[in-house]
Write a protein that binds this ligand. Structure first.
Ligand SMILES: [Zn+2]
Length: 250
């Protein structure tokens, strides 16, 4: 019997795991996506008609962030993004011919015109804005029904620097100007295929003016009087916690 592979088996953004959030081991199929070269870790979509093994269930990967280590979550995140990319590139975007899977690298190749389609990430900025020594700007999304207040975030537009994206998104969403925009860290975020790039900026000028289609409320909160913030595991949570630590240390 051949050696079994550790498998990321997805149904959209849900992953098959057992009650301890462990992955199943399966026989590798030719159509499976290898997650590491020469490694026995694969990813695939739940096959049509495939039943869920006893003791296993499909869990939204968002929920796994809190149960898994960052390393484990990042590998699952990579698996779901590669699968989604493969699913969305079955045809050549240049000439429309069905594509082939490249045997050695992550690429979908067109046999008619040789166009190669590679996985892409969407750069997305996220900004923690502070005012003075003890205030942080938090905003409530108009699309989210919960009472959670998060950070200003948005996609980088074509031809824009990351710092320009930070400034533009902030001006659009809450009407404020910023100064001292500084890079903090980054995190892949597989919903669906973003790279979150975190910045710290200081309030410069302006009054809060909401872009109501995007933001239902935004306020400067004292660090010791924060509302409900994004969950642990999200980059927003880590950024807010890091800022609180920095303030304590200073
Ligand atoms: Zn083509």
């Amino acid at each position: 019997m051949s050696q079994l592979s550790l498998a990321y088996i997805f149904q959209h953004q849900k992953l098959l795991v057992d009650e301890n959030f462990q992955l199943p081991k399966v026989e590798k199929l030719a159509s499976d996506l290898p997650i590491h070269h020469n490694d026995r870790v694969i990813a695939r979509d739940l096959l049509e008609g495939e039943s869920i093994p006893e003791g296993y269930q499909l869990i939204p990967i968002r929920e796994l962030i809190q149960s898994w280590s960052t390393t484990d979550f990042l590998q699952a995140s990579r698996a779901v993004q590669l699968l989604e990319w493969r699913r969305n590139h079955k045809f050549c975007s240049h000439c429309g011919h069905p594509t082939d899977i490249h045997t050695k690298e992550y690429a979908m190749v067109c046999p008619a015109c040789a166009y190669h389609q590679y996985p892409r990430v969407q750069p997305c900025i996220i900004t923690i804005i502070t005012r003075g020594h003890d205030e942080v700007l938090l905003a409530k999304s108009a699309h989210n029904k919960s009472n959670m207040y998060g950070l200003i975030a948005g996609f980088v537009e074509v031809g824009e620097t990351l710092e320009e994206a930070v400034q533009r998104e902030t001006l659009e969403e809450v009407g404020l100007k910023l100064k001292n925009i500084r890079y903090m860290s980054s995190q892949p975020w597989p919903f669906p295929s973003n790279l979150m790039i975190a910045f710290h900026a200081e309030y410069d000028s302006g009054e809060i003016e909401l872009q109501l289609e995007e933001i239902s409320d935004a306020q400067f909160f004292k660090f010791d009087q924060l509302p409900e913030i994004p969950f642990k595991g999200s980059i927003a949570h880590a950024m807010i916690m890091q800022m609180i630590e920095n303030k304590k240390a200073s």
